[in-house]
Design a protein around this ligand. Structure first.
Ligand code: GLN
Length: 309
């Protein structure tokens, strides 16, 4: 995939990688499941994908990691492409201001989660995709393999099993929403789909490439259209306002791009009409976002002047 035709941002990435080596305080790897706790918080990789599919990076940009909540972007896009605006009757699009796994707002809002990027909202999206396709996780995997050009992408069934073993909070969210009639499938089926989705293992290169359709205003790697231009704008907007949970305001302030984080330490970001990025460093802050990942994206938009603002 790497070509020498356009590596426009490589010098910037090299500079950022060098700076990040000297940045103190990298946070802590997620420890709610053993598979993530074993990650070294000093790991760092960062990739840029150009609109034409050229991809390049620095550090451990080819090292697979647990994508976790980054997958919420792709299931949202896949469901939106199928059902359009009806989705928004079941999930909102306002920042939650609460932790990603919070239950508190659901009771006040009749089982309708605040947005698709907190766990409750992602469960609704996966549920709806499951109803429409009969295999939400399979649809996600097919899509990511096609967009990344990496046929070896897969779920990590050990991580998925570990998520299931520690899944009481997500089960509670799903059951609570089901009590309001906002979940279609039986809860164990939904959780199985959701935990497999979270366990997707991919590298910065894979995820930067797979995010390309959002920089191409809805157009997939093969030139076909997944989303309308307007829907691609909507997904980018929800990423900007909700993609990093209760730190979305700070992320917009520092980075100024639509972005989505996961507790595996990855963050994807979109420069609409220009390129996509993925950065990975497993040390998290208390809100579940990669400390070094946010810092690196902050430096990228500062050094290049490329933000949506
Ligand atoms: N598997 C995690 C969960 O559902 C994903 C959360 C995240 O990446 N923020 O709790």
């Amino acid at each position: 995939m790497t070509t020498t035709s356009s590596l426009a941002f490589l010098p910037v990435l090299e500079r950022i990688a060098e700076e990040m080596q000297h940045t103190p305080g990298r946070g802590r790897a997620a420890d709610y499941i053993p598979a993530l706790a074993a990650c070294d918080p000093r790991s760092f990789g960062m990739a840029v994908a150009e609109l034409d599919g050229t991809v390049y990076g620095v550090g451990e940009w080819r090292q697979p990691f647990s994508a976790q909540s980054i997958t919420k972007v792709f299931t949202l896009a896949l469901d939106l492409a199928r059902e359009g605006d009806e989705l928004w009757e079941h999930v909102g699009r306002e920042p939650s201001g609460n932790p990603f796994n919070s239950l508190v707002q659901l009771e006040y809002e009749n089982g309708i989660p605040r947005n698709p990027f907190i766990n409750a909202g992602a469960l609704v999206v996966t549920d709806r995709l499951q109803t429409r396709t009969g295999d939400a996780a399979g649809q996600l995997l097919d899509f990511l393999r096609a967009e990344s050009g990496n046929a070896d992408l897969d779920f990590d069934l050990e991580v998925a099993a570990s998520e299931t073993a520690h899944g009481d909070r997500n089960a509670a969210l799903a059951h609570f929403m089901a009590s309001y009639g906002n979940i279609d499938n039986d809860v164990p089926t939904l959780l199985d789909q959701y935990f497999r989705q979270c366990s997707l293992t991919a590298s910065c290169a894979d995820l930067a490439l797979a995010t390309g359709f959002l920089a191409r205003h809805g157009i997939r790697a093969d030139g076909g259209r997944l989303l309308t231009r307007s829907q691609a704008k909507q997904v980018n907007a929800v990423m900007l306002t909700c993609g990093t949970y209760d730190a979305a305001g700070d992320f917009a302030y520092r980075v100024g791009l639509p972005g989505k984080s996961g507790v595996g330490g990855g963050i994807i970001a979109v420069v609409p009409g220009r390129c996509t990025l993925c950065v990975w460093s497993p040390g998290l802050d208390e809100r579940g976002n990669s400390v070094t990942g946010v810092a690196a994206l902050d430096r990228f938009t500062t050094l290049t002047g490329l933000s949506v603002f």
